[in-house]
Design a protein around this ligand. Structure first.
Ligand SMILES: Nc1nc2c(ncn2[C@@H]2O[C@H](COP(=O)(O)OP(=O)(O)OP(=O)(O)O)[C@@H](O)[C@H]2O)c(=O)[nH]1
Ligand SMILES: [Mg+2]
Length: 310
């Protein structure tokens, strides 16, 4: 099979943004297997050190000869591509490392669709043959939960500052985190923060309690341990069949959402604009008007299609 070049990959990802729900990607991508890459989702509050951490993780993976694709959602801090040579190979020079592919996606203009685009982009990177994929998203909202929840392993990065732990709990990240990384080990209050986090985790019943690790991304301290932890987690999750189950659940959810997007699009194609105008002019119950439109156009159309097909 012909290799997908970084240039092609980049173009394909740009195209994802503009695709209608029922438009397929080019056939050569659709026929490639997906699922060989291990996907890491990284999220957490603004400035916690996610990008710094990812740079170090990429560096570690490259040391192990693993190729890495990085997707950054609206990055405010740049990626160095985890350049192995550290100071000698500075930012931007990852272009010289074929084993690292970095792509950012802007959040503008994709309301609701961003999660799908990000995860589809991960599929493409996977199909292009990368061993590891990292998706970084900023913040702790529903979109973040959707994106990192579609990864194999979810890491929530925190820093010992007040407030963000409570925010994290509220946002539902507690439920989806496989690993909490408390970064900025050098800051005051760090020990206390870890203790509080552990206590908060202990208050819940877990099928599998998330891990808690400490890092100092600025110097790279703790990152080798973190990567070791993740690789171990991956092996166990594959061995126990847990990863497979998780992936099937995620795929079901993606298909459900894609189906919904497509159905809505088809629905509007079936409803003539006049139908809305007429209903609006008539006044009366909005709910009843909606039901009548759906009954008249959507349901009937599908039913007729079914009959014709027989
Ligand atoms: N003191 C300290 N600062 C750190 C550490 N790691 C990262 N930083 C700093 O924290 C700031 C934010 O780091 P980033 O890696 O950009 O954090 P981020 O979470 O990706 O930020 P956003 O993508 O903007 O949310 C930068 O100024 C880093 O230099 C650390 O271990 N200790
Ligand atoms: Mg960042």
């Amino acid at each position: 099979m012909q290799k997908i070049t970084p240039y092609q990959l980049s173009r394909l990802i740009s195209r994802l943004d503009r695709l209608a729900p029922d438009e397929p990607l080019p056939a050569f991508t659709e026929s490639r297997p997906v699922g060989a890459a291990f996907r890491l989702g990284v999220t957490g509050p603004l400035g916690a050190g996610k990008s710094s951490l990812i740079n170090e993780i990429v560096r570690q993976w490259r040391k192990r000869n693993l190729t890495v694709g990085v997707i950054a959602i609206d990055p405010s801090s740049p990626f160095t591509g985890g350049a192995l040579l550290g100071d000698r190979v500075r930012m931007g020079d990852s272009a010289g490392d074929e084993g690292v592919f970095i792509r950012s996606l802007a959040t503008r203009g994709q309301a609701g669709g961003l999660a799908a685009v990000a995860v589809d982009a991960a599929d493409l990177i996977d199909q292009a043959g990368f061993d590891r994929i990292v998706i970084e998203t900023v913040g702790v909202g529903q979109v973040e939960v959707d994106i990192v929840g579609a990864c194999d392993l979810t890491v929530v990065v925190l820093e010992p500052s007040s407030g963000d732990m409570i925010q994290t709990m509220k946002a539902g990240l507690m439920e989806i985190a496989d690993l909490f990384v408390v970064n900025k080990k050098d800051l005051r209050g760090f020990e206390r923060y870890i203790t509080d986090l552990d206590a908060a985790l202990d208050m819940r019943e877990w099928k599998r309690r998330p891990g808690v690790l400490a890092t100092l991304a600025r110097t790279g301290e703790g990152i080798a341990e973190m990567v070791g932890w993740m690789e171990e987690w991956r092996k166990t999750a594959i061995g126990e069949g847990r990863l497979e189950v998780r992936r099937i659940d995620q795929r079901r959810e993606r298909i459900r959402r894609a189906t919904e997007a497509l159905a809505v699009r088809r629905l509007w194609e079936a409803i003539p604009a006049e139908a809305l105008d007429d209903a609006a002019r008539q006044g009366g119950s909005v709910r009843r008007a909606a039901k009548e439109i759906v009954d008249q156009f959507a349901v009937r159309e599908t039913a007729l299609e079914g009959i014709v097909d027989c």
